[in-house]
Design a protein around this ligand. Structure first.
Ligand SMILES: C[S@@+](CC[C@H](N)C(=O)[O-])C[C@H]1O[C@@H](n2cnc3c(N)ncnc32)[C@H](O)[C@@H]1O
Length: 246
């Protein structure tokens, strides 16, 4: 909370509250984004951008290392995160009708617990679920350990951590039946003001570009697109997609 107040104060001192100040803040964000893309860490691929990894193993190692670096911060924000997940899921009619949900990239399982509070059966997978996790088991969403058509719905908010979108979408499509749901909470794109952080592995120009890519790679119809608003420093959009017959 204190950190949040300090950050907001710093921003007000730096940019003020006028429209002109907000425009300067947006321009600074865009410059920071361009600097990252030009730094050689990322490569642009059409309307997507990918972090450069030497190998798949390097990607796995990088992603799995995140938890240890942020575990203290997570403890501080966990109850706010939980309340926010409950809000996101309460408003998602499709998800609430599903009997069971697999959460991809669920880390410590905050989203899984939020689903339990709404009466859903849910479990998560993550490259690094930490020790003794009751809600999330170790797993990679590029090669999910569960059988075909074994869950009604998949939830994820980690499209920005994907290494190979084609493999991930194929796996999601495999484990849900026709009529099953993919609920994806996604960040805005790099041309919409989002600046990738230290662990993002994939990003997109804007949400339309990501949606187009998902629809190109898989057999889904878009049922709903909801603006979830600002959650801490990021703005989230919820995409509800339904698997159709291939
Ligand atoms: C930004 S965190 C999101 C965690 C959680 N969904 C939440 O909102 O609290 C991204 C998570 O994705 C996980 N992850 C990255 N690549 C993955 C993969 N290929 N398979 C499974 N999990 C992965 C990371 O370990 C990390 O816990």
């Amino acid at each position: 909370m204190l950190k949040k107040i300090l950050k907001r104060t710093r921003n007000i001192l730096r940019y003020g509250l006028s429209e002109e100040g907000r425009a300067r803040k947006r321009a600074d964000k865009a410059a920071a984004r361009d600097k990252r893309f030009e730094s050689g860490l990322w490569e642009r691929d059409g309307e997507l951008a990918r972090r450069k990894y030497g190998s798949y193993e390097e990607y796995v190692e990088h992603q799995a290392a995140k938890l240890d670096n942020i575990v203290h911060r997570l403890e501080e924000t966990r109850s706010d995160d939980y309340a926010d997940f409950v809000r996101r899921f309460e408003g998602c009619a499709g998800l609430r009708k599903s009997r069971n949900v697999l959460c991809l990239g669920a880390r410590l399982g905050t989203e899984v617990q939020a689903m339990h509070s709404l009466g859903l059966f849910a479990i998560g997978i993550d490259l690094n679920p930490g020790p003794d996790n009751l809600y999330v088991v170790k797993g990679d969403f590029h090669a999910i350990q569960f059988p075909d058509a074994s869950v009604d719905a998949v939830y994820t908010n980690v499209f920005d951590h994907v290494y190979d979108m084609g493999k991930m979408i194929a796996e999601i499509e495999r484990i849900i039946p026709v009529g099953g749901l993919l609920v994806a909470d996604v960040l805005k794109g790099f041309e919409e003001g989002f600046v990738p952080g230290a662990y993002e592995a994939t990003h997109w120009k804007n949400v339309d570009a990501l949606l187009t890519e998902i629809l190109r790679l898989g057999h889904f119809d878009l049922l709903e697109r909801r603006d979830l608003g600002q959650v801490r420093r990021d703005h989230w959009i919820q995409l509800v997609l339904q698997k159709r017959q291939a």
